[in-house]
Design a protein around this ligand. Structure first.
Ligand SMILES: Nc1ncnc2c1ncn2[C@@H]1O[C@H](COP(=O)(O)OP(=O)(O)OP(=O)(O)O)[C@@H](O)[C@H]1O
Ligand SMILES: [Mg+2]
Length: 344
C-alpha cells in the first residue's frame, strides 16, 4: 500500500467515527471519499471516483473547496440545506493524491439552542421591564405631587400592587419551571381520582361566568384514575382552562373532558370555541414566554409561561400534550397521562 492509499484509508476510518461529514478530493477534483454522514447531511448520493463538479453536491460546497484550494488556507462557510444549518470547512493539503479535505457539520440543534437561550433572556427582560417601568412611573408621579390628588393616588397604589402581583406571578412560574427541570421538588406519585382532577377547574368557574362562557366538565364512564402529582396536574388543567377562558369571546363554550385512552392511559381534553391559533404559530405555543401577537398587545395579561409549565409537568409524568386549532373556530388541547395501575 502506498502512502496516498494509507492516507485515504486513515481518513475513511476517521469518517467512520465522527458525526461530521467528510469529503476528500484528489488533485483533479475527483471524489476519493464521501462519507455516509456527508451524503446524508448534503442530501445527495455521491459515487467515489466521480468528478466533484458533476456530482449532485450543492454548488456552495464546491465553492468552499475551490476557495480553499485557491487561497491555500482553511475556508469556512455556513450553508443552509433543507432546514439544516451546516458549517462547511475545506482545506487544501499537499499530498500525492489527496488534494482537498471538506468537512460538513450539522449545527442546527446547537444554533437553535443558542437562539432559545437568547430569546429566553430577552423575553424575561422584556416581561419584567414593562411592569417595572409602570411601577417606577407611578411612584414618580406620586412623589412629584400626585399624592395630593387622593382619588388618583389611590388608583395608582392599586395599579402598583397589580403590577407587583404580575411580577410575582412571572417569578413564581419561572421558579416552578426550574424546580421541575432540576428535579429539586420531585413529583409525588399517588392515585388522583379523575373527578378530583376535573374539580380543579371549578376555581375558574366565576371567571367563565363573568364572560358568559359555558364551562362544561364531563367524565366519560370507564375513565380510570390518574397516577401522578395531584396538585401539579390540577395546575395543568387550570392553565389550560384559564387560557380557554381568556381566548374565547363571551357566549362561547369550553368543554373539559376526561376519557379512557389507549392501554393504561387517560385522555384529558380542553376544547374551546375561541379565537384559535394560526397554524404557523402552533409549533411555538409551548415555548416559554411565547404569546401570539394578538395576545401580546394585551399587556399585563399573562407572561406566556402557562403552557410551558403544562408541557413540563405532563412530560415529567411520562405523558404527552398536543394541540389542534383553527383560527376563529377554536382550540383543543389533548393531554395523555398514565392511568393508575390496577392492583388486584
Ligand atoms: N385556548 C387558546 N386559544 C387561543 N390561543 C391560545 C390558547 N391557549 C394559548 N394560546 C396562545 O398561546 C400563548 C401562550 O399561552 P400560555 O398559557 O403559555 O401564556 P399566557 O396565557 O399568555 O400567559 P400565562 O399562562 O403565563 O399567564 C397565549 O398567549 C396565546 O397567544
Ligand atoms: Mg396561559
Amino acid at each position: 500500500m502506498n502512502r496516498a492509499e494509507t492516507a485515504v484509508g486513515l481518513l475513511r476510518g476517521l469518517a467512520a467515527i465522527t458525526d461530521e461529514g467528510l469529503i476528500v478530493l484528489d488533485r483533479d477534483d475527483r471524489v476519493l471519499l464521501a462519507s455516509g454522514a456527508a451524503c446524508e447531511l448534503l442530501g445527495v448520493a455521491v459515487t467515489e471516483g466521480d468528478a466533484f463538479h458533476s456530482s449532485q453536491i450543492d454548488y456552495r460546497v464546491l465553492r468552499v473547496a475551490q476557495a480553499a484550494r485557491g487561497a491555500r488556507r482553511l475556508e469556512q462557510r455556513d450553508i443552509n440545506i433543507a432546514d439544516r444549518e451546516l458549517v462547511v470547512r475545506a482545506l487544501a493539503v499537499d499530498d500525492d493524491r489527496v488534494a482537498t479535505i471538506v468537512t460538513v457539520r450539522d449545527e442546527t440543534r446547537l444554533r437553535r439552542l443558542e437562539r432559545v437561550r437568547r430569546d429566553f433572556v430577552s423575553n424575561v427582560s422584556h416581561e419584567l421591564r414593562t411592569p417595572v417601568t409602570a411601577v417606577r412611573l407611578m411612584a414618580e408621579t406620586l412623589e412629584n405631587g400626585g399624592l395630593a390628588d387622593r382619588a388618583a393616588a389611590a388608583d395608582f397604589v392599586r395599579r402598583i400592587a397589580l403590577e407587583a402581583t404580575h411580577m410575582t406571578q412571572i417569578v413564581e412560574e419561572l421558579l416552578e419551571l426550574s424546580t421541575i427541570e432540576s428535579g429539586l421538588r420531585p413529583l409525588t406519585f399517588e392515585r388522583v381520582p379523575v373527578e378530583e382532577l376535573m374539580g380543579a377547574v371549578d376555581r375558574l368557574r366565576p371567571l367563565a361566568e363573568d364572560k358568559g362562557i359555558d364551562l362544561v366538565v364531563q367524565v366519560a364512564t370507564g375513565t380510570p384514575d390518574v397516577e401522578g402529582d395531584g396538585s401539579r396536574l390540577g395546575q395543568v388543567m387550570r392553565n389550560l382552562v384559564h387560557n380557554a377562558i381568556k381566548f374565547t369571546p363571551s357566549s362561547g363554550r369550553i368543554d373539559v373532558v376526561a376519557e379512557p385512552g389507549a392501554a393504561g392511559r387517560v385522555v384529558l381534553r380542553c376544547r374551546d370555541t375561541g379565537i384559535g391559533v394560526a397554524p404557523a404559530d402552533l409549533p411555538r405555543i409551548f415555548e416559554r414566554f411565547w404569546k401570539a401577537d394578538t395576545s401580546r398587545q394585551r399587556d399585563g395579561e399573562g407572561s406566556g409561561l402557562g403552557l410551558a409549565i403544562v408541557r413540563h409537568v405532563v412530560e415529567a409524568h411520562g405523558g404527552s400534550v398536543a394541540v389542534a386549532s383553527e383560527p376563529r373556530r377554536g382550540t383543543e388541547f389533548t393531554v395523555e397521562l398514565p392511568a393508575v395501575q390496577v392492583r388486584d
